[in-house]
Ligand binder design. Structure first.
Ligand code: G6P
Length: 616
């Protein structure tokens, strides 16, 4: 949610800044802007509504010569996505500029205060106040020290922020501050760098500093990076992180879009996650950092997540309850945070599931649980993310950087991670013997090849896509674990094709959604060979009787379904019906992508969305 970058060094700043924005664009793409401290001692900036590509075009004709600068790509919160509201924002003198990711909750009070004191604010954003507060401090108590000025300004802020600031009177310096929103800095060949996450830094270094809340960093053009604590004392050993993937992992590598690439990467991601997880003693999940006795004592599991990760939690609930026989509660983080009926026992385990590890609602929920004395375990994809750092244990799903805003490979990998957790709990609680655990593990190991088969059948999704092209709405139906597959399929379609889609447990359709059906209405039914197969077939019949056009996800050889529906998306037989969602969803990812492309949508950067939602 908003991406920021900063650079000071020997090279032209605008080159790194624009490249950095391109790799961070998945965090928001309502507007973009760049500000450089020019060789003439003044700030020079360009900013505009729209994408980084539009900004880059404008930069070609602008005079952005300078080796220090900051840049921003925006996901609008306060103020429309206009040129005026784009970052960077300047102070009254035009000599200080800032970029900000987060929300300044007390910005109204600060705006009134600043206006009363003669400041002129040019935008409707909450962020602009930061530039003016730095200006006040710079002129006053900070006496021309940018670090002190930023610290002074931050003391007056409430909310969350990652900030990078430059000042024309402090050339060769970028000052960054963090509270709540992620920010990493690095000293590398060519200078000192800052970014919202490691993606833009992977091409220049494999070693970064992760700023902690309250810390401020000074980046100097000789490459030096100094981190200060809230009181201004230098931090001798700031938290560091080694980036373990090379920069090419976040490039298209021959694919037309990141969604296609990430769908294709699912089998390898799951293989990486499963590799070496079964030993003589059972499932290896040391990341839990819990003794056998503590695991055995768990009497309730809270699964908390948002978006696609929330759908993982629904599958995880079934796996944990079925295999480990522990009661599970699932909740959207944004709902959980305001619920009053949270029931925690001394043996409750909280599991947060978050691809980015930075989703604000999920982090707030985890903090709330910790505050209630609960152990928090994170399932995440991003190394060193806030979720990982603030949890008692972390399982990294190792899916590699996920760039497409709509999650695909993290979804399937997170479901597999949840299955490992369920097995580990089942084992610790004596609900499964070694042979059973081994059988389930083997079933999980079969998944990558089954997914490969589905990907090899993507032509089936391509053929089905025209059925949705002119539709205004679609209904997704499934039962049991595959009601979740229906939710995720509908979410994927809405996210990237802007086609309204609703998901319902198939048996519930007759209590309402059936009224939507009319001739030609597209319905996607997930109907694999499982215990509820025949019931779902009956629901398909009800749909077809109303003239709806049905596309079914069915198991190879299911002639009963094939003879009923317009189109079948075939899946190979899956050894355990509880694992079908991990295979079946791949068809729905592919289908959503083909429909979105047929409707002319940008599959990687759907409108209004952002990959990492760092505001509540
Ligand atoms: C955003 C993304 C979704 C994602 C959700 C939760 O809405 O667009 O793809 O599922 O955030 O993100 P998380 O990183 O916590 O899994």
């Amino acid at each position: 949610m908003c991406g920021i970058v900063g650079y000071t060094g020997r090279d032209q700043a605008v080159t790194y800044l624009l490249e950095g924005l391109r790799t961070l664009e998945y965090r928001g793409y309502d507007s973009a802007g760049v500000e450089v401290v020019g060789a003439d001692g003044a700030l020079h900036g360009v900013k505009c509504a729209g994408r980084v590509a539009a900004l880059a075009e404008r930069c070609e004709t602008a005079n952005l010569v300078g080796t220090t600068g900051i840049a921003h790509t925006r996901w609008a919160t306060h103020g429309a996505p206009t040129d005026r509201n784009s970052h960077p924002h300047r102070d009254c003198s035009g000599r200080i500029a800032i970029v900000h990711n987060g929300i300044i909750e007390n910005f109204r009070e600060l705006r009134s205060y600043l206006q009363r004191n003669g400041h002129e604010l040019a935008s409707e954003t909450d962020s602009e106040v930061i530039a003016h507060l730095i200006e006040e401090a710079w002129r006053g108590p900070a006496k021309g020290d940018l670090v002190a000025a930023v610290r002074n300004a931050c003391r007056r802020l409430e909310g969350s922020w990652a900030i990078a600031a430059v000042c024309a009177d402090a050339p060769g310096e970028v000052v960054c501050a963090r509270n709540g929103s992620p920010l990493v800095v690095a000293s590398a060949e060519g200078g000192a760098y800052a970014a919202s996450d490691v993606t833009p830094l992977a091409s220049v270094t494999s070693h970064v500093i992760q700023l902690e809340n309250g810390q401020i960093a000074r980046l100097e053009s000789n490459g030096r990076v100094t981190v200060y604590d809230e009181d201004g004392a230098p931090v001798a050993h700031p938290a560091t992180l080694d980036i373990d993937w090379d920069a090419s992992a976040a490039t298209l590598g021959g694919y037309s879009d990141f969604m296609a690439k990430e769908i294709a990467e699912q089998p390898e991601a799951i293989e990486r996650l499963l590799g070496g997880r079964l030993g003589e003693k059972g499932i290896y999940l040391d990341e839990l950092s819990m003794s056998q006795a503590d695991l055995a004592a768990i009497d309730r599991v809270y699964l908390i997540a948002c978006g696609t990760s929330y759908h993982v939690s629904l599958i995880a609930r079934t796996l944990i309850q079925t295999w480990a026989k522990v009661q599970v509660v699932c909740d959207y983080a944004s709902e959980f945070n305001y619920e009053q009926d949270v029931m925690v026992t001394p043996n409750t385990l909280c599991v947060i599931i978050t691809q980015s590890g930075e989703t604000a609602d999920t982090l707030t929920a985890a903090r709330r649980m910790r505050g209630m004395g609960c152990r928090v375990f994170a399932i995440t994809n991003v190394l060193g993310s806030t979720a990982a750092r603030e949890s008692d244990g972390t399982l990294y799903v190792q899916a590699g950087p996920e760039v497409c805003v709509a999650s695909t490979k993290a979804y399937t990998a997170q479901m597999v991670a949840a299955a490992l957790l369920a097995l580990r709990l089942a084992e610790a609680r004596g609900e499964m013997d070694h042979a059973e655990v081994e059988r389930h593990y083997r079933d999980l190991c079969a998944l990558p090849n089954l997914i490969r088969e589905v990907i090899g059948r993507s032509w089936q999704d391509k053929q089905a896509a025209p059925l949705f092209r002119r539709a205004h709405s679609a209904l997704f139906l499934g039962r049991g674990v595959n009601s979740t597959t229906a939710y995720e399929g509908a979410l994927k379609l809405k996210e990237i094709s802007y086609l309204h889609a609703e998901a319902y447990p198939a048996g519930e359709m007759k209590h309402g959604p059936i009224a939507l059906l009319e001739p030609g209405f597209p319905v996607v039914a997930i109907v694999p060979e499982d215990r509820v197969h025949d019931k779902t077939v009956s629901n398909i019949q009800e749909v077809i009787a109303r003239g709806a056009v049905c596309v079914a996800v069915a198991t190879d050889g299911d002639e009963a379904v094939a003879s009923l529906v317009e189109h079948v998306l075939w899946i190979p037989p899956v050894p355990d019906e509880l694992l079908v969602p991990i295979v079946a969803v791949v068809h729905l990812q592919l289908l959503a992508r083909y429909v979105a492309r047929a409707r002319g949508c940008d599959v990687d950067k759907p409108r209004n969305l952002a990959k990492s939602v760092t505001v509540e």
